[in-house]
Design a protein around this ligand. Structure first.
Ligand code: NAD
Length: 502
């Protein structure tokens, strides 16, 4: 077991059965939720590393009551005062980046480098939220003489209690898309992380309190669907952020909106790469395999369908297979190239997609399904797998796989590639490898996805740009991060002042 030393960590109880027990945190008090307890497993070894209790509607109620009480005072503090603990939070997260990364790699299965990278991306959100005084000015300018004797201004104000429901694949980053912005804008916050890797999020909450964010301002509720539904329905919650699969995103969006809340719900994905006949093929192959297979393919920005121009298809396929073969699969905390998948059920689902693709006529160019990692025989592993001859009608080309699988498709023209990409029901991300500016321009203008990249494998926006998809990858209006987050967490009051002249 490679968890950090949990002794003295308020978020975890190291003496309880089954390793570290993750508690809820309500107004700074760490306590067990009232529902059933479930194991937390290290997918790289198959060993149990912890226990998490599931919350009931009553547990959610307790957290909302604590957050509502804290909001009354917190929202009245000057923004300059609200951001001071965020500067300390950034420093604390950096101080703990290594032990957090080790814990994250252990409970999730990803590699140590990937865990470090996602924490860095999370910390960047804290840095952006430290600039909240400037961000709040946006759209708040005063217009003198808006009408005779009248000056008019827009004023951004916090709304109350916000909750974020987050997925398993980035437990160290995605909670930080929301927490710093919610707090800096003057709201109180409840985090409901994935039940599959809740240790890292619990530590993020403990460090937020250590940084000086008042305890009731940031609360933690663990659990599954019951806690999510209770959040959607709770009348004292002003808004809900959700990140997860499309089916649940749609459910949360509809249920929370019906209960009168602001909702931003980021869903699943099916992302494409276009490889032009002008592309630097070895570079494109390296970036494509990394995009599809990093984090064992468990990324909403993974580009796994590769639309390759006919003239370079064979040469590119060879380069992709070589890259896939070179990737070392291993135990995440040992920092290999590709770590473990989250559960054995999920690995079986991914393997099932590969099997059905072969039945539908795809060619298996590289099979990563039978990988074992010496010393970790009970771990949940799958190596990079490459399928060729994939056509748009095949299941593997249409559905999210969330595993380390690259699907290569031939296209006759650049226009056909754009049409195929746009026919997807999802619109999270897309990449293009090209040396032609004209193709890059057409791609930017026509590709229907929220995150686009040219000559980069993964279109991941920095924290000072918003993060969100289109079509079935997103439900709502305002995305996570940056200026969209400021607008999501505040309402704008228009303020009019008249002083009739002499
Ligand atoms: P998931 O939908 O299973 O779980 C996400 C959250 O929803 C968790 O907190 C979970 O407890 C809760 N949940 C699960 N089932 C529920 C139900 N029936 N009712 C109510 N709540 C429920 O997603 P996951 O497997 O944890 O994460 C992977 C998915 O997230 C992929 O589809 C991926 O594309 C997506 N994702 C999207 C983005 C994005 O920005 N668009 C980012 C990361 C992950």
């Amino acid at each position: 077991m490679a968890l950090h030393d949990t002794t003295g960590d308020p978020a975890l109880d190291p003496t309880a059965e089954g390793g570290a027990t993750v508690h809820n945190c309500v107004a700074g008090e760490w306590r067990d939720p009232s529902g059933e307890r479930h194991p937390i497993t290290d997918p790289g070894t198959g060993e149990r590393v912890g226990t998490v209790g599931y919350s009931t509607a009553a547990d959610v109620d307790d957290a909302v009551a604590a957050a509502s009480e804290a909001f009354a005072d917190w929202s009245q503090r000057p923004v300059e005062e609200r951001i001071q603990p965020l500067f300390r939070y950034k420093a604390l997260l950096e101080e703990h980046q290594e032990d957090l990364a080790r814990t994250l790699a252990t409970e999730h299965g990803k590699t140590l480098s990937e865990a470090r990278g996602e924490l860095r991306r999370g910390i960047e959100n804290v840095e952006v939220a430290c600039g909240m005084p400037s961000l709040l000015k946006e759209g708040s300018g005063i217009v003198e003489g808006a009408a005779p004797d009248i000056d008019e201004a827009g004023v951004r104000q916090p709304l109350g209690v916000f909750a974020a429901i987050t997925p398993f694949n980035f437990p160290g980053m995605i909670p930080l898309w929301f927490l710093p912005h919610a707090v800096a804008t003057g709201n109180a916050f409840i985090l409901k992380p994935s039940e599959r890797d809740p240790i890292t999020p619990a530590r993020l909450v403990a460090l937020a309190h250590e940084a000086g964010i008042p305890e009731g301002v940031v609360n933690l509720v663990n659990g599954g669907p019951e806690s999510v539904n209770a959040i959607c329905d709770h009348e004292a919650i002003a808004g809900v952020s959700f990140v997860g699969s499309t089916g649940v995103a749609r459910h949360v969006y509809e249920r929370a909106a019906a209960a009168g809340k602001r909702v931003q719900a980021q869903g699943g994905a099916k992302n494409h790469v276009i490889v032009s006949d002008s592309a630097a093929l070895d570079f494109a192959a390296e970036k494509t395999v990394s995009s599809a297979c990093a984090c064992a393919g468990e990324r909403c920005l993974a580009n796994d369908v590769v639309l390759t121009m006919d003239a370079v298809y064979d040469e590119f396929a060879e380069a992709v297979v070589a890259e896939a073969e070179a990737a070392e699969v291993g135990y995440g905390p040992d920092d290999p190239d590709v770590g473990a998948l989250i559960t054995s059920e999920h690995r079986d689902e991914v393997a099932g997609y590969v099997e059905r693709a072969i039945e539908e006529g795809a060619e298996l160019l590289r099979d990563g399904r039978d990988v074992t990692v010496p010393g970790h025989e009970d771990g949940i592993y799958m190596g990079p797998t490459v399928l060729g001859g994939v056509t748009p009608d095949m299941e593997i080309a249409r559905e999210e796989i969330f595993g380390p699988v690259v699907a290569l498709s031939r296209v006759e023209s650049f226009d056909e590639a754009i049409e195929t990409l746009n026919a997807s029901e999802y619109g999270n991300a897309a990449s293009l490898f090209t040396e032609r500016g004209r193709e890059a321009q057409q791609f930017r203008r026509e590709a229907e996805a929220g995150n686009l990249a040219v000559n980069a494998g993964t279109a991941a926006p920095m924290a000072f740009y918003h993060f969100g998809g289109q079509k079935a990858s997103f439900f709502g209006d305002l995305h996570a991060q940056a200026d969209d987050a400021v607008r999501f967490y505040t309402d704008q009051t228009v303020y009019i002042e008249r002083w009739p002249g002499e």
